[in-house]
Design a binder for this molecule. Structure first.
Ligand code: HEC
Length: 100
């Protein structure tokens, strides 16, 4: 019985580590930390500040893609947004909205 409990704990332990890893890859906070925080800061206040509702951020990010939004350094952002999927744009926008 003791052995069974130990193996169950091990199996679930390994499983939860794996599922956490898979989840982190598609998590807005981790995406932001990995790909955006270097320039915009951990809370979006550094260099060009990022701030707004999830919809506003999403609109700006998509605007960088289709050229309808951006300032003098828009090429920087266009290159970054190009590497994000629609789903990742949504996730990271929702995360930025929590900075308000
Ligand atoms: C290499 C530095 C760099 C990285 C990395 C970066 N940005 Fe930017 N970001 C900029 C610069 C520079 C601007 C201003 C561009 C312009 O002139 O429009 C900007 C502008 C923005 C804006 C528009 C701000 C506004 O209100 O006009 C948003 C939103 C944004 N970034 C989100 C992100 C997100 C989300 C990520 C990560 C996926 C990211 N950025 C990664 C440099 C960076």
């Amino acid at each position: 019985m003791k052995k069974l409990i130990i193996s169950l704990v091990l199996v679930f332990g390994v499983f939860s580590v794996f599922s956490m890893g898979a989840f982190a890859a598609e998590d807005g906070a981790s995406l932001y930390k990995e790909r955006c925080a270097g320039c915009h800061g951990a809370d979006g206040a550094k260099s060009t500040p990022v701030k707004g509702t999830s919809q506003e951020i999403e609109k700006k990010l998509k605007g960088y893609l289709d050229g309808s939004y951006g300032g003098t350094k828009k090429a920087v952002m266009a290159g970054i947004v190009k590497k994000l999927s629609d789903e990742q744009i949504k996730l990271v926008s929702a995360h930025i909205a929590t900075f308000n």
